[in-house]
Structure formats: C-alpha cells, structure tokens
Write a protein that binds this ligand. Structure first.
Ligand code: NZQ
Ligand code: ZN
Length: 385
C-alpha cells in the first residue's frame, strides 16, 4: 500500500426529513444565497422545504445552473454574490449545481481571472467561501469531495479542478428527494458511481486489501440495488443504499493508498464538451472498451473483479476477462444507459476532435501508468462506435 493522507471534513445529514436541520449548520446572521439548476427543485417541493428551514436568515436565490455547469453562467452568480455581500452559499440540486457552487465559492475570493482556477486544476486557489449542499441526484460524490468539473462554452473545454477548501461544510442526503428523478437520471447516477469505483479499483494490485473490499462492496450493492430503483422508484431503502454508495464512491475513502486511473472520465469529458452527451453516458460507452484494450496492464485486477464482483470462476484468463467486461456492459444497458456511440448518433468524425482536445488540455498521459495517450484514446473511441 502507498503512503497517504486522508482528510474529509464534510458533515453528512442523512435520512428523510433532514433538510430542516440545515439551520443549525449555518452561522446565525449569515446572508445566504441558494443556488439551483433548471427548476426541478421548485417543482418537487425541495426548494420550499429549504426556504422553510432557513426562516430567520436573509436568503437570496440564483437559479439556472445548467447540467455541465458553464463558466459563463457561474460568473453571473459571482457578480450576485459580490454585489449582495453574501456570506454563505447553499447548493440545492445534483452534481452540476454543487460543482458550479464550488467554482463560485472559489471565484468570488479569487484575485485574477477566475477561469485560471479551472485551467490550473485548482492549484492557484488559496481560499473559498463556505457552502453547504442539499443533494437531489446521487451520482457524482461532489457532496462529499473537494472537486468540480466546469465547462467553458467559449473554449469548448470541460475540465476538472479541486482544492482542499472546497469540501462542503455539510451535505443533506434525503433519499426521498430522489424519487422525482426521471429514469434516465437514475441510470446515469448508478453508472457514474460504478465507474468512479472502477477508476479507483481496477488498476494494478498494491495489496490494498480493505480498499479493494470497500470497492467491491460498493459495486455489488450497485448491481443489486440499481435495477430495483428502476423497477420501484419510491422504495426508500433502495434509494438510501444507492445514495450512500454514490457518496462513498468518490469521497476519497477507497482511493487512499492505491493507484487511480481516470482515463475513461477525462476522455468522456471531451465528448461531453463537444457533443453534449450526458457525463454517465460517455462513461458507459468508453469503460468496456477501455478495459478490453488495456486488459494486459489491468490483468490481475480484472481477474479479481471477474471473480469477486461477477462470480466468474471458470475459463482461461482471457475468457474470464471477456465475460466480466460483457457483464459490465450488460449491467449498464440494464440501467437503460446505452453503451455504443451509435446509440447517441455520434459517428467516427468526432474522434480527431477529441484527440486534439485531449492534447490541448494537457491530457496526454492518462491512466494509472500514464500510458493512455491521445492517440490511444482515438483507438479506443473507434471501438466505441
Ligand atoms: O437542473 P434541474 O432542473 O435541477 O434538473 C436536473 C438536471 O436536468 C435533474 N435533476 C436533479 N435532481 C432531480 C432532477 N430531476 C428531478 N428530480 C430530482 N430530484 O437531473 C439533471 C441532471 O443533473 P446534473 O446535476 O447535471 O447531474 P449529475 O448529478 O449527474 O452531475 C453531472 C455533473 O457532475 C460532474 C459531471 O462532469 C457533470 O458536469 N461530475 C462531478 C464530479 C465531482 N464533482 O466529483 C465527478 C463526476 O465524475 C462528474 O464528472
Ligand atoms: Zn463521473
């Protein structure tokens, strides 16, 4: 196992009815800006519940943060925060609203042009405003990590950044608030979580026995509970399990002391930037091919994954790896997330642009062994058609 430091200060308020407890987490007298997306939280009553919980505080709102939040929209919010002398941000929504709010929290205090925050992967951040979250879509883990992914429309760039000041102070995880998710977003959430775990687990062995078992536990739970959420969307326990999986899948716990991949994510971000494809859908398309093409480098962990997660025990090494990759693809399809670019009307002509974008963004040595080049990404994408 490698050396590591582990730090995660986010307080989790989990369970039905927990929105009412947020007031106790925000300093008295704070002027709060509630940020949200395209309006789902206004339609399903979550916003009203938040407003009720914040009685006694001065509260303003900023809506319209889009899926794959853009620098252009977020800078408008930065102006609102500065003009109104806001002291606390509260993100109410999915990963996009939370990520966008992290950018706002850093940008408000940033000296210089805020896009530098993203361009430099967060390295030039020194402070951020305090913020909390009310999560409505379990998927990204943003509610308990210090990362965000922001899109710059003008530059056609979608890039991740992180900084230790960008952990939420608290996050409310009320599974009943996920009941109104459309089926496509339930599937997206399960697939995104699954791929987060795989990116931190399916690399090469370093004897991180507990990290492996945690990761396998998350994957097995997703495989068990994911299809139930599609069949019985208002089953509380199913939603509760999926919500907690998504948070633990990317809060730093399973990645300590072990190598990490993230090549599927970085290639996926370029596809979203160029074609607008949902984040999870890019992952469902790329991951099976990524595992297939890098089967030699990932051989030991692929065999472990085949046995422990899918129960595959017979056949030679290649046959077991083939079967595990096929099971992965079938699982994504069973969550109503298609695994071929053709299903999204994306054709081969996009591939050179993705390769160029990866180069332009410095994504030239991806993967746990830094051997996934833009050219290899091009080869992988051809197999994704
Ligand atoms: O905008 P509204 O109207 O709220 O509707 C949203 C949106 O259209 C809707 N939705 C959310 N909760 C709902 C709901 N609809 C009905 N009922 C509810 N309870 O769902 C749609 C998608 O929301 P979005 O926030 O975009 O989805 P998600 O949570 O999957 O976030 C995706 C973004 O997170 C980034 C992705 O790249 C993408 O930009 N990621 C962030 C990560 C992180 N911070 O650690 C890691 C991830 O790998 C990921 O890259
Ligand atoms: Zn993701």
């Amino acid at each position: 196992m490698k050396n590591f430091s582990f730090y995660n200060p986010t307080k989790i308020l989990f369970g039905e009815g927990r929105i009412k407890d947020i007031a106790g987490e925000i300093p008295k007298g704070s002027k709060i800006l509630v940020t949200y997306g395209g309006g789902s939280v206004k339609r399903n009553g979550v916003f009203d519940e938040v407003k009720e919980a914040l009685q006694g505080y001065e509260m303003l709102e900023f809506g319209g943060i889009e899926p794959n939040p853009t620098y252009e929209t977020l800078m408008k919010c930065v102006e609102v925060v500065r003009k109104n002398k806001i002291d606390f941000l509260l993100a109410v929504g999915g990963g996009s609203v939370i990520d966008g709010t992290k950018f706002i929290a850093a940008a408000v205090l940033y000296e210089g042009e805020p896009w530098e925050i993203v361009k430099n992967f967060g390295m030039t951040v020194s402070s951020a405003m305090p913020f909390g979250t009310v999560l409505t879509l379990p998927a990204t883990g943003s509610e308990m990590n210090s990362g965000a992914v922001i899109t710059n429309r003008a530059l056609n760039a979608k890039l991740p950044f992180s900084h230790p000041t960008l952990f939420p102070r608290f996050s409310v995880l009320d599974p009943t608030k996920t009941y109104t998710l459309p089926l496509s977003q339930i599937g997206n959430g399960v697939v995104d979580t699954f791929v987060h775990v795989v990116e931190q687990y399916l690399t090469y062995p370093v004897d991180g026995k507990l990290q492996d078992r945690f990761a396998e536990g998350l994957l097995l739970t997703l495989i068990e509970e994911g299809p139930k959420a599609i069949a019985q969307p208002t089953d509380y326990n199913v939603r509760a399990n999926l919500m907690w999986c998504a948070t633990l899948g990317l809060n730093g716990l399973i990645s300590v002391g072990v190598p990490q991949d993230w090549a599927t994510h970085m290639i996926g971000h370029e596809l979203t930037a160029l074609k607008g494809l949902d984040h999870a859908k890019t992952l469902a398309v790329i991951l099976p091919v990524m595992l297939n093409i890098r089967r030699q480098e990932k051989k030991e962990k692929l065999l472990q994954y085949a046995q422990r997660v899918w129960g595959i025990k017979t056949g030679d090494d290649n046959a077991r790896i083939d079967a595990a990759i096929e099971k992965t693809r079938e699982f994504f399809e069973s969550m109503h997330v298609a695994t071929r670019l053709s299903a999204y009307d994306i054709t081969a002509d996009i591939i050179p642009a993705v390769v160029e974008q990866l180069k332009a963004h410095g994504m030239v040595r991806l993967g746990e062994k830094r051997d996934v080049t833009p050219e290899l990404a091009g080869v992988i994408l051809k197999e994704c058609l």
